[in-house]
Design a protein around this ligand. Structure first.
Ligand SMILES: [Zn+2]
Ligand SMILES: [Zn+2]
Length: 134
């Protein structure tokens, strides 16, 4: 089980079981929204995730796949929490940095590396995908 939440405590979540995948995304939209050089996400079944509190949502219509991405965040403190993908219903991509204990949640692969910043180094052992995985 994975628990986490936002900076102010208005949002808390709990994910049952293990994530389906842990992926780092280098796309420009995730970069800007997370404020990070790349965004590490827990890919989980939406039905495995329970959220307490009311998430605000930004419909990102300029995602690189062309499908809307609903970027959900805490309306009180602004912490980004998760994204819902119109192209992958039933799946949530949860920002790993919002987990209470993210130490063991390292990314297993990197996606959208075609947009990777030149000074970001990816460990050689990890698979990389220029666009989406698979
Ligand atoms: Zn908050
Ligand atoms: Zn992305």
């Amino acid at each position: 089980m994975i628990e986490g939440g936002c900076n102010c405590g208005a949002i808390r979540y709990r994910i049952e079981g293990s994530p389906l995948a842990i992926a780092a995304c280098h796309c420009t939209r995730c970069r800007r929204q997370s404020g990070r050089i790349y965004s590490v996400n827990l890919v989980v079944k939406l039905s495995d995730m329970a959220v307490e509190g009311s998430l605000e949502s930004f419909e990102d219509t300029r995602s690189d796949t062309g499908n809307s991405v609903y970027r959900e965040f805490c309306g009180d403190c602004g912490s980004p929490i998760r994204s819902l993908l119109a192209g992958s219903p039933g799946i949530a991509a949860v920002k790993v940095g919002t987990a209470d204990d993210p130490a063991a949640l390292a990314p297993a692969f990197h996606v959208w590396t075609s947009m990777k910043l030149p000074w970001v180094e990816i460990p050689a052992a990890l698979p990389q995908f220029e666009r989406n995985a698979g």
